[in-house]
Design a protein around this ligand. Structure first.
Ligand SMILES: [Zn+2]
Length: 120
């Protein structure tokens, strides 16, 4: 998990560039949630094919986000860019993973996500 420090906000000394890109940061958060979800639900050490597909889709949506690094959190974004089935899948991941992530890492961004469109 090479970028775990980025997500957990530790060890950022001298690596401000790593924190600079919001999209990369969001990818990292989604990756962490998927990893947790897949490990518990699918028993996979690394992401199973279905979860990898979902991760690739989420990354792709972020890459194509018209707001770029100026984007708001997806939960408060006006453009609901996920396809319906992918949105249902990512929402399930969020529902499962977010409360557990909050337990270990109370984290404003994660809360933001959970209360937004993925949490409903
Ligand atoms: Zn999985």
């Amino acid at each position: 998990m090479p970028n775990a420090a980025l997500f957990f906000g530790e060890g950022t000394k001298g690596s401000e560039a790593d924190m600079g890109r919001k999209l990369d940061y969001e990818k990292e958060v989604i990756g962490q949630m998927l990893a947790l979800y897949c490990r518990r639900r699918h028993g996979a050490d690394t992401l199973c094919p279905a979860c990898r597909e979902l991760k690739a889709y989420a990354d792709m949506r972020l890459d194509r986000c018209p707001f770029g690094d100026a984007k708001p959190a997806c939960s408060s974004c006006k453009i609901h860019c996920y396809k319906a089935d992918m949105r249902a899948r990512i929402r399930e991941v969020m529902r499962f993973a977010a409360p557990r992530m909050l337990l270990y890492h109370p984290f404003a961004f994660v809360k933001h996500y959970v209360r937004g469109r993925f949490g409903k």
